[in-house]
Design a protein around this ligand. Sequence first.
Ligand code: SAH
Ligand code: SF4
Ligand code: F3S
Length: 443
Amino acid sequence: MRSYHVTTFGCQMNEHDSERMKGMLESLGYTETDAVERAGLILFNTCSIREKADSRFVAHLRQAAAHKRRDPEVVIGVGGCWAQSVKDDVFRQFPFVDVAFGPGQVHKLAEFLTSDSLTAQGFFEFEGFTGHLPAKRGRAFQAWVQISVGCNMKCSYCIVPSTRGREVDRPLDELVAEVRAQVAEGVREVTLLGQNVNAYGRHVRDGGPAASFARLLAELDAIDGLDRIRYTSPHPQDMKEDVVVAHARLASVCPHMHLPLQSGSSRILKAMRRTYDRERFLDRVALIREHNPDIALTTDVIVGFPGETEADFEETLEVCEEVGFDGAFTFIYSPRRGTEAAAFAEDFVPHEVCVARMDRLVEVVQRRAAEQARRFVGRTLDVLVEGTSRTDPSRLRGRTGHNKVVNFAGLADPGDLVPVQITGATSQTLTGEMSLLARAAAG
Ligand code: SAH
Ligand code: SF4
Ligand code: F3S
């Protein structure tokens, strides 16, 4: 029996690409194994967003090389953004790799595995969306939906435009049909994926009719049986009133938005080429909250972008203080090969300064997130059950529409949507109890 193991690094895009790799491999007769050392095909789906992502992957790759030394029949494949960023250099750096492919070339893996090729091969073209691979989903009731590939923005720190190519959007009718089919299979929650989802519709594949993100949301909301629609990530530049209003009007669009800030300093935002300034970001937040007073807002922040002064950083702290995000991913700036900002070496902020700023940022983010989370205590919220609590197997774990993780007492199965009374809150998670009414109904 041919067995495979996939290790996935990076974002939800990669998670979803890995599901499609798995689906494709199973259709070729491969079976998944949890143990890397027993796999005949060892695959890595790589990320290159920050330097840490690269070094973690290289450590894993060396372990795979050790398995291959014991069993030369083992095939090692490297896909994803790191592979795309180094291309054929993969084989020079790591001669034991058999096949390498970029994010747009997942389907070429099948071609390689079914050919008689004995020589290493790399596939790094951009062909737009390579869809129609069956996904092997991690959970039956949740699905990713890739609405676009690539990114047309030019953020000066970011490697993604060079690893995922220009933006190509999938036609709206194709997306609606895909989600309908998923719902028919038992999916209750979809997460729409793209690097800049709210730009959706302007770069439709094959010159198909233009659409808009707000219209896509409306058409998906109309699908019977679909309870929740999430998406990631929108860009503040394209956050227009139609999408903001869609949140308020469409029942299945979740009350959560991940809106990446990156910096609170207009000067740094300009150097990042983010195409909005501090005022515009705050104005978007005001508009979003005017229409959706209870929405959860989360964000991404980069600390120590080249040239960031203490005053710039304080502006970032101020915006985080003022907005009061429900959560934030915070990153220390990491120079990426081939990006514009990597050339600003003389302006790099010393690492110890970055670390000290990060500590201050995390304090503000966590304090404000904890304050925000208190608004949920005493309320009864619908929770989509995902499994048992990671720390206490006698309790359940799930997510609210606001994307808050809740650990709670109750009886339910993964995939159930149950009312939970919230009794406690920290900056990260909520605690609660399944409401008595629901328990009575269940049993
Ligand atoms: N397309 C999404 C983000 C993709 S990358 C968007 O624009 O929001 C996810 C996050 O990684 C970014 O939002 C940014 O905060 C961070 N990031 C990207 N490149 C980085 C770099 N070179 N150093 C540190 N953080 C980075
Ligand atoms: Fe990178 Fe900017 Fe595109 Fe996001 S919008 S993927 S940060 S270039
Ligand atoms: Fe995602 Fe990493 Fe690529 S964050 S888009 S897998 S560089």
